[in-house]
Design a protein around this ligand. Structure first.
Ligand code: UD1
Length: 358
């Protein structure tokens, strides 16, 4: 059996790392196919170095572009590779353009497609990731949701139950795998860690201005650590917002180990990332998500996550709350604890091994 494990953008790499470890353990033959959606060292190669991932066997080198152009280019190049090398299974993760493009290619060539993180829905079709998720799930043959809610979403959309395997969250596998290597420094002063990059927040002048002013106000009392996603940096330039950034500790994007270390030491994390909502909930760190909706309902219901509008007063109020009040710890029901036990990727490998037709 030959599996193409497809990745292309930053949030993919912490998901393929535990999957590749499990494939190695279960003797599943795989090649990493890198689409090249992300290409800067800090958005890409740093994770291969940190996780000791094998170098991609194939690199499609598509780079940045509008959605149509980027998705189309990945499809065109990936199709050629699939036609000539005929993999037995295309394994996709997450919800980026690379995920959907690879899944579409596989389904049109009648190559089985697997999708990890299937069934996650925000209900907001204005988010490109929501479209990517829906399309990918509906052309996939093996679907691996991370939570009972996500499995329910797939059932509700009419996807056949036999294709769906509730295995848990591979991103949490990675967090637990490296947890001992990421030692907090136990500084006395708690900081606020920020990760913001969604188009709905940063491509809107009004929203980004509100967010940056909130951070600037918070920085009068707390240290703000703000690694800047390239999209965010570009928009701060475009909207002329550097004047609010003097008291904020901003830097280029940072690697996984450094980011998780700052997360573990944070008094609060402000984000619009899905992954950060999951990781903070598991680590019991208060998280303020600048989102209308979340894809990961359990982080609100049982975890440490709250949603907030992109409004300076709301962000400020939610961010200082945990510094003055005891926030309840995450309280996951037994089933979610089991799904977040660090072995999700191994369960995926077991399913793949058992599916004889793959
Ligand atoms: C993509 C994903 C998003 C994910 C995010 C994590 C889609 C639709 N979006 O968004 O779900 O949360 O990655 O980072 O797939 N750029 C660089 N260097 C890079 C990559 C990008 O400078 O290595 C710049 C380019 O100017 C590019 C912009 O960032 O135009 C946006 O990159 P792109 O991959 O199109 O989308 P993201 O916003 O990163």
């Amino acid at each position: 059996m030959n599996v193409f494990l497809v990745a292309g953008a930053r949030p993919n790499f912490m998901k393929i790392a535990p999957i590749s470890r499990a494939f190695d353990k279960y003797d599943i033959n795989y090649a990493i196919v890198h689409t090249g959606q992300h290409y800067d060292y800090e958005m890409n190669q740093i994770f291969f170095d940190e996780f000791n991932l094998r170098e991609p066997s194939l690199h499609l080198e598509v780079g940045s572009g509008n959605h149509g152009a980027q998705t189309g280019q990945i499809m065109e190049r990936f199709e050629k590779v699939c036609v000539s090398l005929a993999p037995d299974l295309i394994f996709t993760v997450g919800d980026v353009n690379s995920t959907m493009a690879a899944a579409l290619v596989g389904s049109k060539l009648h190559i089985p497609v697997a999708h990890q993180e299937a069934g996650m829905r925000s209900g907001d079709k204005k988010m490109p990731e929501e479209i990517n998720r829906i399309v990918t799930d509906h052309v996939s043959d093996l679907l691996f949701p991370i939570s009972p809610q996500d499995r329910r979403n797939l059932y509700n959309e009419g996807i056949e139950k036999e294709k769906i395997f509730l295995v848990g969250d591979v991103m949490i596998d990675n967090l637990l795998y490296y947890t001992n290597e990421i030692k907090p420094e136990h500084t006395n002063e708690k900081h606020i860690l920020v990760e913001i990059h969604r188009p709905a927040n940063v491509d809107s002048e009004k929203n980004l201005t509100e967010i940056i002013i909130a951070l600037s106000q918070l920085s009068e009392e707390y240290q703000i650590i703000f690694p800047l996603h390239p999209r965010t940096r570009k928009m701060i330039d475009k909207f002329n917002l550097w004047k609010y950034m003097h008291t904020i500790d901003h830097c280029d994007p940072i690697g996984y180990f450094e980011f998780i270390k700052y997360m573990k030491e944070a008094g609060c994390v402000i984000t619009d990332s899905d992954g950060v909502q999951q990781e903070t909930s598991v680590l019991n760190i208060p998280c303020v998500s600048i989102r209308d909706t979340t894809n990961i309902e359990y982080t609100i219901k049982y975890g440490t996550n709250v949603l907030v509008e992109p409004n300076r007063d709301s962000i400020y109020a939610q961010a200082i709350y945990p510094f003055y009040n005891k926030v309840s710890d995450s309280n996951f029901p037994e089933q979610l604890k089991q799904l977040n036990d660090g072995n999700a990727a191994e369960r995926i490998a077991e399913v793949i091994k058992q599916c004889k037709k793959y």
